[in-house]
Structures are given as structure tokens and as C-alpha cells.
Design a protein around this ligand. Structure first.
Ligand SMILES: C[S@@+](CC[C@H](N)C(=O)[O-])C[C@H]1O[C@@H](n2cnc3c(N)ncnc32)[C@H](O)[C@@H]1O
Length: 207
């Protein structure tokens, strides 16, 4: 089941705006890519980009030889834009249009779970708990979870929606003791509109 309000919102965003005209746009997600390469040297690692939107992370992972990539997003328009941008190469990626809080993911299939700017939109405790259950189920034991949200000094809204801002401790608390926090860092993101947003990156291992 998909949350129709959320889906309608994101379909409208991706239908009305160019990929480089949204605040979260970066030509490349350098920090995400570096962290993924750090934890998954093996190119057969199974990687999911949760709420990948139209980001070029998938292009960069393909270019580096990763063979098992899944991109999930609630917006079909975003998925379609990726298919157009990548052309025939898109057939090497597993695409899922789904709501992270309700999708049925297989158990213990991913080595790396990546999320940039998605978890922070979950403002209800029940949606956050559902998200964490998904990660705990879908990522294999010993797998890596890289989640990036707005940091404590980041914006309070994004795309017109309320968000929850986190520091490393509060974000880790959402995930719980089965996730070992290995590192965290902040990134200052320059939006296409000339403003700066503070992001937090946390990297955990599933134990
Ligand atoms: C701010 S964008 C970030 C996109 C991408 N991760 C990036 O960094 O460029 C948030 C993304 O999360 C997706 N999203 C929001 N709620 C979602 C949900 N419940 N399930 C799956 N995707 C969701 C949106 O469609 C959107 O693509």
C-alpha cells in the first residue's frame, strides 16, 4: 500500500521540476559514493538506494562496476526520469516504485542500504519504526546502513514538507542497538539556489 498523499506530492515535484531545480540536487553524491565504496569494495555487493529520486548515484555506481543495484522511490515519475537518463544501461538496475513504510522487501538481501534525505521526512513515530523494521529485515547481518538526514542546524522543511533534524546520537537512537554506529559526519550542501544546508551522515553496521 502506498501513502497517496506522499505519492501525490512527490509525483507533482518530479513532474513539475527539472532534476537540477530541487534543493537537494547535486551533480554527484560524492560523499555517499565514497562511503559506499569504502564499505563495499566487492562490486557484486547488493546495494539499495532508498528514495533515490532522480539522483545520479546509480549512474556513478554503475560506472564503478557495481552489478547489483536497486533503486526504490515512491514516485514513478522519478523512476521514469532515471530510465530516460540511463537508456539501455537502466536494464542493469532493479527499479521499485513503492512506499518504504509498506513495501515488502525480501529478507537479508542487501549488503548496503543508502538513504540521502528520505528518513527525515518520516515525522510520525510509527512510520519511522516501520522504516527501521524494513532495514533490519532487508539488510543482511553485518551489512552497512548509510543514512543522511538534515543535521541539527539544517532546514526545518524540505520540498514544503516538515522534516525531523538529527544529530548522530538521535538518529542512531531511532535505529537502536542492533545497529552499531561506526562513524558520522556533517556535510554542507550548496543548493542550486545559492543557500547552504547542513546534512548529517551516519554509517552503521547491522549486528
Ligand atoms: C529530498 S528527495 C532525495 C532524493 C535522493 N535521495 C537525492 O539525494 O537526490 C526525497 C526522496 O524520497 C522519496 N520518498 C519520500 N517518501 C518516500 C517513501 N515513503 N517511500 C519511498 N520514497 C519516498 C521522494 O520521492 C524523493 O525522491
Amino acid at each position: 500500500m502506498i501513502d497517496m498523499n506522499a505519492q501525490t506530492h512527490w509525483e507533482r515535484i518530479y513532474t513539475e521540476k527539472a532534476s537540477d531545480a530541487v534543493s537537494w540536487f547535486r551533480p554527484h553524491l560524492e560523499k555517499s559514493l565514497a562511503l559506499i565504496e569504502q564499505v563495499a569494495a566487492d562490486r557484486t555487493a547488493s546495494i539499495i538506494d532508498m528514495g533515490g529520486g532522480e539522483s545520479t548515484l546509480v549512474d556513478d555506481l554503475l560506472a564503478r562496476g557495481y552489478e547489483s543495484i536497486t533503486v526504490l522511490d515512491i514516485s514513478q515519475a522519478a523512476i521514469d526520469a532515471n530510465l530516460r537518463r540511463l537508456g539501455a544501461v537502466s536494464e542493469r538496475v532493479h527499479w521499485l516504485t513503492a512506499d518504504i513504510t509498506t513495501v515488502e522487501l525480501d529478507s537479508s538481501v542487501y549488503d548496503v542500504w543508502h538513504d540521502r534525505a528520505v528518513f527525515h521526512f518520516l515525522t510520525s513515530p510509527s512510520d519511522r519504526a516501520a522504516y527501521v523494521r524494513q532495514v533490519a529485515r532487508a539488510v543482511r547481518h553485518g551489512g552497512h546502513v548509510i543514512v543522511s538526514t538534515f543535521g541539527p542546524e539544517g532546514p526545518m522543511k524540505c520540498s514544503g514538507l516538515d522534516v525531523v533534524r538529527y544529530d548522530a546520537e538521535s538518529l542512531h537512537r531511532e535505529f537502536g542497538v542492533h545497529f552499531r554506529l561506526l562513524e558520522s559526519s556533517k556535510e554542507l550542501h550548496n543548493t542550486p539556489f545559492g543557500t547552504v544546508q547542513q546534512f548529517l551522515y551516519c554509517h552503521c553496521r547491522v549486528e
